[in-house]
Ligand binder design. Structure first.
Ligand code: ADP
Length: 295
C-alpha cells in the first residue's frame, strides 16, 4: 500500500490558501506530519479522509483515486479527527457497536467478538460499559482509536491525537499506535516533536500549506549535527542576538534566556556546542516562516 499525494491545493472561500501544492509519497508504517497550528495539517488530513474537496492535484491510494472514488477509500480508512466528539450519555460499547454496524459488520456475533478484541487492544475492557461522558481525555482518545481500527483499515489517520493528554496518557496512546500493523499506513498529524521522535520512521514538516522537509528523523538530525549552539543571555539582549545569529528557539531559565542558534562555524562569544535534536531541525526549518519559538 502506498499513498501518493501530488500537487494538492486548497483555498477556502475566505481566501486562506491552506494547501499550496502538497506533494508527498507515504509508505506503510508510521508517518509524522509535523507543523505549527495553522500549517494546513487538518486540511490535508480531511482531504485524504475524503471529507473535503481539494481545488487541484491528485491523491492515489495504490491505484484508487482518493478524490474521485470516495466510497472505495472509506472501506480502507480509519480516521480519528482532531475534534472527536462522543455522545456523553451513551456507553462506549453501545457507540462502538453502532459504528461497527455503520462500517458494514451486520452479524451480531461477529460484532461482539470484534468489539471484545478491540476493547482489549485499547485497554478499555474494564470501562466499556461506562458512559463516554465519564471518560478521561486519554480514555476518549483510546476509544477514538478503537473506532478507527474497526474494519482492519489499511490507512489510519490520526489528527493531533496527543494534544491535551498528560504524560502517562500520552505514553499509553503511543504504545497503542505503535502496535498498529506494519503493513498499514498511519499518518499522525501533530505539532509535538516528541510524538514524531518516539513513533515515526518517516516524517514531513509542513508550514504555510507547503512541505518544507520530508525524511527520516535520524537523518534530519544529522543535517544540523555540530551546528547547534546555546548561550544564556539577559532577556533584553534578545533583539541584538536575533540580528546577529540564526536564533531558532528560546527558553526562560531563572529570569534569563537560554537561546539556541544554528551556525555552520563555532560562533565563540560564549556559545557552547550542544548535541542536535529533532526539535532543532523542526524549529530551524520553520524559523523562516514563523516567530522564534519560546519553549
Ligand atoms: P492545522 O491543522 O495545521 O492547524 P488547518 O488545516 O486547520 O491547520 O488550517 C490551515 C489554515 O486554513 C489556517 O489558516 C486556518 O485558519 C484555515 N482554515 C482551516 N479550515 C478552514 C475553513 N473551514 N474555512 C476557512 N479557513 C480555514
Amino acid at each position: 500500500m502506498e499513498l501518493n499525494i501530488d500537487a494538492l491545493t486548497k483555498t477556502y472561500p475566505n481566501g486562506v490558501q491552506a494547501l499550496k501544492g502538497i506533494t508527498l509519497h507515504i509508505k506503510p508504517g508510521m508517518f509524522g506530519l509535523l507543523g505549527p497550528n495553522g500549517a494546513g495539517k487538518s486540511s490535508l488530513m480531511r482531504t485524504i479522509a475524503t471529507l473535503q474537496e481539494a481545488d487541484s492535484g491528485n491523491i492515489l491510494l495504490d491505484n484508487v483515486d482518493v478524490l474521485k472514488d470516495k466510497t472505495a477509500v472509506r472501506q480502507w480508512l480509519g480516521y480519528l479527527p482532531q475534534d472527536f466528539g462522543v455522545y456523553p450519555k451513551v456507553s462506549a460499547e453501545q457507540l462502538l457497536d453502532h459504528i461497527a454496524q455503520l462500517k458494514g459488520i451486520h452479524n451480531k456475533a461477529e460484532r461482539k467478538a470484534l468489539l471484545a478484541a478491540i476493547f482489549e487492544k485499547v485497554n478499555l475492557t474494564k470501562h466499556c460499559k461506562k458512559n463516554l461522558g465519564t471518560y478521561s481525555g486519554g480514555m476518549k482518545q483510546r476509544f477514538g482509536i478503537a473506532q478507527a481500527l474497526i474494519g482492519q483499515p489499511r490507512l489510519v489517520i490520526v489528527d493531533e491525537p496527543t494534544a491535551g493528554l498528560d504524560p502517562a496518557e500520552r505514553n499509553r496512546f503511543y504504545n497503542l499506535l505503535s502496535q498498529i500493523g506494519q503493513e498499514t499506513i498511519v499518518i499522525l498529524s501533530t505539532h509535538i516533536v516528541e510524538d514524531v521522535k518516539t513513533l515515526c520512521a518517516d516524517f514531513a514538516i509542513i508550514c504555510d500549506g507547503e512541505v518544507l522537509f520530508h525524511g527520516q528523523p535520524d537523518e534530519a538530525v544529522k543535517l544540523v549535527e555540530g551546528q547547534v549552539f546555546t548561550k544564556v543571555i539577559e532577556q533584553e539582549e534578545i533583539d541584538t542576538y536575533k540580528d546577529n545569529y540564526k536564533v531558532i528557539s528560546t527558553q526562560i531559565k531563572g529570569g534569563k534566556l537560554a537561546i539556541r542558534i544554528i551556525s555552520e562555524l563555532h560562533p565563540d562569544n560564549g556559545f557552547v556546542s550542544v548535541p542536535a535534536g529533532l526539535e532543532d531541525v523542526y524549529f530551524n526549518t520553520i524559523s523562516e516562516r514563523t516567530e522564534v519559538i519560546t519553549l
